[in-house]
Structures are given as C-alpha cells and as structure tokens.
Design a protein around this ligand. Structure first.
Ligand SMILES: Cc1cc2nc3c(=O)[nH]c(=O)nc-3n(C[C@H](O)[C@H](O)[C@H](O)COP(=O)(O)OP(=O)(O)OC[C@H]3O[C@@H](n4cnc5c(N)ncnc54)[C@H](O)[C@@H]3O)c2cc1C
Length: 472
C-alpha cells in the first residue's frame, strides 16, 4: 500500500539478453532505473504495489510474440495488461515481465456485416466510441476505462447483456499468442477448444492481440437512476427482484446501495446521503422504454426519479468520474440463484454501512440472453443464476482500508451462505485455487485440459490461474 520501499528484484535475465529483446521491439521498454518506471508499474487499484523486472509497452503483435518468447526462455512470469482494472492487480507483477497492450488500440468496424475487430489493448470507451458512430454496440462493462481484454476473457456483462448476452458470447474470433510463441486464431471453425476456453477462462491461454465481435443496433437508450430512502431497502429489493423477473430483455437495471455524489444531476439536499437505488437502461424503442420503466420511477415513492434518452456511450461512462485510476479498492463477490429473504435481510443489515461515495454495493441481474447459452458451451459456467453482487470498498486514502475491508468481509460472509457458491472470476480478489475452481463449476477439468495443451508450463499464471491438468 502507498509508496513502499522497492522490493529487491531476484536475479533474472542478463543485461545482454534484455538488450537483445529491446533491439527487436517497436514499443517502449521501461526498466526499474527509468524515470517512467514508477508510473508504468502501477495499475488501477492503488493497493497494488509490485515491482516488475521489465515493462514493455507493446506496439504490435510482433512485440507481443517477442515478449512471450523472451518471458518463456528467460523464466520470467508475464503479467498481461489491457485496461489494468484487475482489482487483484494481475496487470503487474513482482520480478516478471509486464506485457502492456494498452497502446494497441486499433479498431476496425464493418457496419455492413455488423462486426468490429479491436486490438488487445482497447478499453470499452475506445470500443463504444468506434462503433457508436454507426449506431452499433456490443455488451461491455459499465465503466469506460475497463479493458476489453480482461473483461471479455472473464465473461463480461453490462447494460446490454440481458438482451445480447455476455461480451464473450458476442466474440466471433480472437488472435491468441500462445506460450510457444505461435499466433493462433480461435473461433468456431479454428482451434475450437481454445475458443471455448477463452470465453470465460481469462488470460490463462495466451495473449489475445485482437478480438472480433458481433455488433447490434443500439444507439440512444432510455436511462436514469432512481433513489429511494434507506428505510425502504427491503421493499425496494423485493420489488426489484419481482420487476426484473418479468422485465423485457431490452431492460437492464441494477440495485445499489450508495452515497449520493455531491454534484449534478443530484439535488443538493441529497448530496452525500446514504440511500438505495436502481440504475436502469432500456436499449429498445424510447417510448416503450419510458413506459416500461415508469413503475421503477413510481415505486416507493422515490426520493428522486430520473429518466431520459441518452447516447449509449454517455451511459457507459456515467460512473467514470466516481472511479478514476489510483483509488484503493477491496472487493468481494458471489453469484446468487435468487434474491431470497435471508439475503435481503443481510443486504439491509450491511448495505447502509457503505463507507465512501466511491464504494459500491451493486446487485446485477444475470439472466435473459445470458441464460440462452448452455453452461458447458463456453468456459463461463454460471448460466442459471439470476444475480451477481459486488461489495466494493473504494477509498481515495489507504488509511481506512483495513476497516473498510472488514465491512466487505463481514457483509460477504453473511451473504455467502445464500449465494450460488462461486463468483464471477473478474470480481474475485486473490482468493485461492478452490475459489477459482468453484467459479468454473463443472467446466474446470476441461479448462485444465485445454491449459495443458496450450500452456503446459503455466507461463501465463499471473491471473485467476487454472493449473494445467496432470498428464493422464
Ligand atoms: C471500476 C470497474 C468496473 C468494472 N465493471 C465491470 C462491468 O461492468 N462488467 C464486468 O463484467 N466486469 C467489470 N469489472 C471487472 C473487470 O471485468 C475486470 O477487472 C477485468 O479483469 C478488467 O480487465 P482489464 O483489461 O481492464 O484489466 P487488466 O488488469 O489489464 O487485465 C485483467 C486480466 O485479464 C488478462 N488480460 C487482459 N487483457 C488481455 C489480453 N488481451 N490477452 C490476454 N490476457 C489479458 C490479464 O492478464 C489479467 O489477468 C469492472 C472492474 C472495475 C475496476
């Protein structure tokens, strides 16, 4: 946490070997002695304070291939970085090689075929910017600075998922640099096992240098937050669960405990008040959206009910201001079959203790089109749960984090018995092998077998690691 003393870096490749790599790169290489090192080793979560041996800001696929070969040959674990949002900090490492893709941002949109190909370093802000001009989109995360890479490889859901599925469900193909330095295309037609595994299995199988996505006609959506007084929490949660059970797929909405941000569009009398709320986005016809979402704005009655048409990218960046780079994060999460009465009781008990305006208690529905895909059709296994929740303590200061972490842990422990067992891998911290396995349910053994085929030496292990299956 904070600016700790530099960790001694174990002996690694010789200067000569490093110089050899650098002479072949187009991108920039940063070493511990460089002025840029301290900023370049940092990731989104300020709790993470690691010291890689070398950071390469790749410019192209050739740079990636050279880095992978170098890491393998020199015995350095690579940490692959796209948007750097991994809360456990998998976009950096101690003593290894950071393969930073964040400078690789090319995107080609084919509006006729409704397909977009994005380089491995794009964020969702980059992606939405490129596709929105054609009135097209694909499901992505709800913060524009999150990487397309990490989010899609772990599954990926957002405001369009009830309608169009997970981000990984919209993947047509991907170019993957595997541990042996080859570049393989993974799709329904080529390397099908790899294609199956990268749709949920994270960065375990190689570096994805390019993602090809299916697009959908989404341009202006009908969206808004509705805030309710805290004492209505249990009623709002019950109403939310019942409302979403019958809601059309065009509607996305999540429940939140929050501290109201001190600025527009919120009226001054609500600033910094702890409340509960529902944030909704309707991606179909606007008039229908206004009508369908009216019960959300009338229930309660609410303390504030907003709703208006908005460009899809504006909605996708609505929370960016609250969650800039460099805050201190501690999260825990689970999937939940349903919002049961015991779970509601725990939310009502712990949710109102949310510590800061940057923190989040979100309950996202995970149904609709997400359930159209069978649990074994991709690596993402939880296709039957209705919700996933995230309990995130986020602070601009490191000092109170131990106390905030206790709040997250107690909340999670109380809820966990009412959950489905595992968690969305992209919401996991560094929680150990058992937790990873439980998040893949029946798909874990197959993932381990694919891992053995493409990465038998477990080169790509700075992630929610799937260990290669032992030889039969
Ligand atoms: C503020 C915030 C909001 C979020 N909102 C959502 C949301 O709405 N929906 C959702 O589903 N998730 C969400 N997440 C979780 C998010 O999906 C994960 O944090 C994800 O890992 C971030 O991906 P990244 O590329 O930004 O992170 P990184 O830290 O760069 O990478 C994360 C992991 O993915 C691997 N990886 C990344 N890119 C590649 C690549 N091209 N090839 C191979 N491996 C790669 C990395 O090695 C690492 O293991 C959010 C996270 C944050 C911090």
């Amino acid at each position: 946490m904070g600016q700790a003393a530099a960790v001694p870096i174990p002996p690694g490749p010789t200067e000569r070997a490093i110089e050899g790599l650098l002479s072949t790169l187009r991108g920039k290489a940063i070493r511990p002695s460089d002025e840029a090192y301290d900023a370049a080793r940092r990731v989104y979560n300020a709790m993470i304070n690691r010291h890689p041996r070398l950071i390469v800001q790749c410019r192209d696929v050739a740079d990636v291939v050279r880095c992978v070969n170098f890491a393998r040959d020199e015995g350095l674990a690579p940490a692959v970085r796209c948007g750097s949002h991994s809360v456990p900090g998998f976009g950096t490492c101690d003593g290894g090689l950071v393969i930073d893709l964040s400078g690789m941002k090319g995107i080609r949109v084919d509006p006729v075929r409704r397909v977009a190909r994005a380089d491995g370093g794009c964020t969702w802000g980059d992606f939405d910017h490129a596709t929105h001009v054609f009135g097209l989109a694909t499901p992505g995360g709800i913060i524009s600075t999150t990487g397309v890479g990490g989010l899609t490889l772990g599954g990926g859901f957002g405001h369009l998922s009830r309608r169009y599925g997970l981000s990984c469900d919209n993947l047509i193909s991907a170019d993957v640099v595997t541990a042996d330095g080859r570049m393989l295309t993974a799709s329904a037609a080529e390397n099908q096992d790899l294609f199956w595994a990268i749709r949920g299995g994270g960065g375990n199988f190689g570096v994805v240098t390019s993602f090809e996505f299916r697009l959908h006609p989404v341009s202006t959506v009908y969206a808004g937050p509705v805030l309710y007084p805290l004492e209505k929490g249990a009623e709002v949660l019950r109403f939310f669960a019942a409302f979403m059970a019958d809601a059309p797929r065009e509607l996305s909405a999540f429940f939140a405990y929050l501290i109201v941000p001190p600025g527009p569009p919120f009226p001054e009398q609500l600033h910094m008040k702890t409340m509960c709320g529902i944030v909704y986005v309707y991606s179909g016809d606007l008039e229908t959206g206004e009508r369908i979402t009216r019960p959300l704005r009338e229930f309660g009655p609410p303390a504030l009910a907003l709703g208006h048409p908005a460009p899809y990218p504006a909605v996708q960046s609505m929370f960016d201001g609250l969650l800039p780079h460099g805050l201190y994060h501690y999260w825990k999460a689970d999937f939940a079959g349903n919002l049961t009465e015991p779970a509601i009781a725990e939310h009502v008990r712990y949710g109102p203790q949310i510590p800061t305006v940057n923190s989040a208690v979100h309950i996202y529905p995970l149904d609709g089109a997400v359930h159209d895909v069978a649990a074994d059709q991709t690596a993402f296994a939880y296709r039957d749960v209705k919700f996933t929740h995230i309990l995130a303590a986020v602070s601009p200061e490191p000092g109170p984090m131990p106390e905030y972490r206790e709040w997250v842990r107690s909340y999670w422990s109380a809820l966990h018995p009412h959950s489905a067992g595992g968690a969305y891998v992209n919401f996991l911290m560094d929680e150990g092998d058992e937790r990873i396995a439980s998040s893949y349910r029946g798909n874990y053994a197959r993932l381990a077998a694919v891992k053995r085929k493409y990465d038998p030496g477990n080169l790509f292990r700075v992630n929610q690691n799937i260990r290669p299956a032992a030889k039969a």
